[in-house]
Design a binder for this molecule. Structure first.
Ligand SMILES: *Cc1c(COP(=O)(O)O)cnc(C)c1O
Length: 461
């Protein structure tokens, strides 16, 4: 019995799968809060590469992957699929546990699957530079890598507190040739305004998004790139699930349960969408279930409201119909587990409402407990984000031990944790608390949103 299953380079999928034509109802479109009308694609094309917006709203089920993008994918794809035999033995479970490992990419996560594609489409349209924001640096480093592959420039606005406290991701971005600025910066009007009000501002993801978007729309040569949530980002990630399906089919297996963590929902969508396609097209040999795992510190789906809200704190983006904690959400400073975004991919939210994608939330202490158990069994050190999925998988495997079910569980190990060792250190030294974001704070944010847009239908009490 093989410990891991590799595919050959010629087996890298040649197309991305787009879920939009297979949703049970049309996806509510992004809305302009001024006009309360759907946002025109032309408006979005001023910010993003045109091809990305075409894909964002495309009803084509399969979208060909350009040869130039495949050529870069070949640097690390296909990624391995592991059977977690030692973990199964440690848990004494009759369940079979498999994980697809995206930590083998140069930046160490799934994110370059879309960064490379976005850089390529921008380059082909004559764009010379992509601008984006980054928090801890995972998305920024993926985009820096993607741009380097096509000799493009990357400008990364990195939240100042991370820029100062987490230098290694910044240095990685610079190694790939990106210009990295601590945000708020002197480079943009937004940054200058905020620094004038508060010269000591340590920044936020919302401020960094505003700076990157402003940079892109105020320069002819530049466009903006996004790392999660948007449909085109999620579909670029479907190489993950397509490969996993092929790998499992080579050993005659198919999952009963597909599990992944969700920050904005891109990595998990990349894994589960191809299995969802099987399910809706009658091709699935089993009644496969989907489980998305979030953090109790940022419980967008399990505690958030399903309503139109902005994608960013500064309210520059349009409104998206999604589960949200409110665009005013600020992640608790004690939270070490990643997955800090207030909203969620609209497709995932829609399928959650329909009961097709289930969600569960775990606190950071139980998540790091699960990561420790995984590390000792399997050796790989997971990023804190996929450790949430590991916690859910361990719980399910233990339940199978009690019921004797021989379930096949597949989960996504979307990145390694080599640059997250501070979070592990905090866990080992007992500094982490099992924090739960209070329901009252979500309601408070929803009242603010309703004050801003009284026409939104939000039932708060
Ligand atoms: C960015 C990131 C996430 C969260 O984003 P999703 O879009 O939900 O995948 C999770 N894990 C890793 C390793 C990441 O880099």
């Amino acid at each position: 019995m093989n410990r891991k299953i590799f595919l050959s380079e010629s087996e890298i999928p040649k197309q991305w799968y787009n879920i939009l034509p297979d949703l049970p109802e049309p996806l509510p479109p992004p809305m302009d809060p001024e006009t309360r009308e759907p946002v025109k694609p032309e408006k979005l094309m001023m910010i993003f590469p045109k091809e990305c917006i075409r894909q964002e709203i495309s009803q084509e089920r399969f979208i060909p992957i350009p040869d130039e993008v495949l050529e870069i994918y070949r640097l690390w794809r296909p990624t391995p699929l592991f059977r977690a035999r030692r973990l199964e033995e440690a848990l004494k479970t009759p369940a079979k546990i498999y994980y697809k490992y995206e930590g083998v990419s140069p930046p160490g996560s799934h994110k370059p699957n879309t960064a490379v594609a976005q850089a390529y489409f921008a380059m082909r349209e004559g764009v010379e530079r992509l601008a984006t924001e980054t928090g801890a640096g995972q998305w920024g480093s993926a985009l820096a890598f993607g741009c380097a592959m096509f000799d493009m420039k990357a400008t990364i606005y990195m939240v100042k507190v991370s820029y100062e406290q987490k230098p290694y991701r910044r240095i990685i971005m610079q190694a790939w040739g990106a210009d990295v600025y601590p945000s708020p910066s002197e480079k943009t009007e937004t940054g200058r305004r905020i620094l004038k009000e508060d010269p000591n501002s340590t920044g936020s993801l919302g401020i960094a998004i505003s700076e990157a978007v402003e940079d892109a729309i105020s320069h002819e040569d530049a466009k903006y790139a996004i790392g999660s949530v948007a449909n085109h980002v999620l579909l670029h990630q479907t190489v993950i699930g397509q490969e996993a399906k092929e790998q499992l089919s080579q050993i005659d297996d198919y999952p009963d349960l597909v599990v992944g963590c969700i920050g904005g929902g891109s990595s998990f969508s990349g894994l589960y969408w191809p299995f969802y396609y099987d399910k809706v097209s009658g091709k699935a040999p089993k009644d496969v279930e989907f489980l998305a795992v979030e953090s109790t510190a940022c419980p967008s789906v399990t505690k958030g409201f399903y309503t139109y809200d902005h994608g960013d704190t500064a309210r520059i983006t349009p409104l998206f119909k999604m589960h949200t904690l409110g665009h005013t959400f600020i992640p608790p400073p004690i939270h070490a587990g990643g997955l800090r975004y207030h909203g969620m991919a609209p497709t995932l939210c829609l399928l959650n409402r329909r009961g097709i994608v289930k969600t569960v939330a775990y606190n950071q202490v139980e998540v790091f407990d699960a990561a420790s158990q995984f590390i000792k069994a399997e050796g790989i050190i997971p990023a804190p984000e996929p450790a949430h999925a590991i916690k859910a998988v361990i719980d399910e495997a233990v339940r199978c031990r009690e019921t004797g079910e021989e379930k096949t569980i597949l989960f996504l190990l979307c990145g390694h944790g080599h640059f997250d060792m501070q979070a592990y250190d905090d866990y080992f030294s007992g500094k982490l608390q099992p924090y739960e974001y209070p329901e009252e704070k979500v309601k408070e944010a929803m009242r603010k949103l309703k004050d801003l847009y009284p026409w939104l239908e939000i039932e708060i009490d």
